[in-house]
Write a protein that binds this ligand. Structure first.
Ligand code: ADP
Ligand code: MG
Length: 287
């Protein structure tokens, strides 16, 4: 049974915009020893802007943008949303057939009879299409049309102002095991980790690789608990696997908010500092 004092702890955290779905999660938060963060939408805003469009010889930049926006139009990934926004015109959904999304890689469909594939380098290569890696910094969405590489769109995201404060705050709480996991490329992961002072991070991970990484970390956590913080896009299995799964309430999907044990209403990672402090205080009173 859950001691009465936990109700006070749950109330105190909810007043600060941290919804904890039970006294057992407050107990687990008080023992937080490993903090694992998703990157996109969690440490960064998940609000990508298009920086550059590259088109191969036989096609225009406008056509790359039009076809990529169409193939992305059924995806709710922040990358997809940004490209559809950049296109700005109406999407004719009636010309889109055989749509498929491959989580952590990209999307494909037939657009007005053309077979369009958009996603990361690995996704294009998985489809046996020859493509050269672009050295441009940022996140890159490559597009192939009818089996030929046709161009790419470079996009960039911004780090949340709050993220740096959060990472510093955890070390003040005595928690130094902070890890970032991302499906994005190395160059982007390096830049974000360096700006935030995160020394442990892994990149180019598929959703199931993120679960594997969390399982490895769980094995070495001792009597502490592992907290995973994500936005729910491509990381729902990790939210479920962690001792405490924390979802961003603003950008997170309904499914993520439901799967999570804790919801941060305003999407600020530093709210976790408040949550851990309240959990520790509650625990002291209970014991
Ligand atoms: P993150 O760990 O940064 O949240 P995801 O697992 O959501 O990343 O995605 C990993 C990578 O897969 C992205 O960086 C991107 O290269 C590619 N990707 C995923 N979804 C899409 C999409 N809808 N369109 C293009 N690329 C995508
Ligand atoms: Mg994600």
């Amino acid at each position: 049974s859950v001691p009465m004092t936990y109700f006070a702890g749950l109330g105190a955290s909810s007043k600060r915009g941290i919804l904890v779905k039970g006294g057992n999660y407050l107990e687990a938060l008080s023992k937080a020893g490993v903090l694992v963060f998703d990157k996109t939408g969690t440490l960064t805003k998940g609000n990508f802007k298009v920086d550059k469009i590259h088109a191969e010889k036989d096609i225009s930049k406008d056509e790359i943008l039009r076809l990529t926006a169409h193939v992305e139009s059924f995806s709710n990934h922040p990358i997809a949303v940004s490209i559809v926004n950049e296109y700005g015109k109406d999407i004719d959904k009636s010309i889109i057939k055989e749509y498929k999304e491959v989580k952590g890689k990209g999307v494909q469909a037939t657009i007005g009879g053309k077979k369009v594939i958009s996603g990361n380098l690995k996704f294009i290569k998985d489809n046996n299409i020859q493509v050269e890696e672009s050295k441009t910094p940022g996140t890159i969405v490559y597009t192939a049309i009818d089996g030929q590489f046709a161009g790419f769109i470079t996009i960039s995201d911004e780090i949340k102002e709050d993220s740096k404060k959060a990472i510093q705050g955890f070390s003040e709480l005595g928690i130094n095991n902070v890890v970032m996991l991302t499906g994005d490329r190395k160059i982007t992961a390096d830049a974000v980790a360096q700006k935030l002072g995160i020394t442990k991070y892994k990149y180019e991970l598929l959703p199931n690789h993120k679960v594997d990484e969390v399982e490895k970390l769980i094995e070495s956590k001792g009597d502490k608990s592992l907290v995973f913080v994500g936005d729910g896009i491509n990381d729902a299995p990790v939210l479920a696997r962690a001792d405490v799964g924390v979802a961003m309430g603003g950008v997170g999907s309904d499914a993520a908010i439901e799967a999570a044990d804790v919801v941060i209403m305003n999407d600020e990672p530093s709210k976790l500092i408040d949550g851990i402090k309240i959990a520790r205080k509650t625990k002291k009173i209970v014991n």
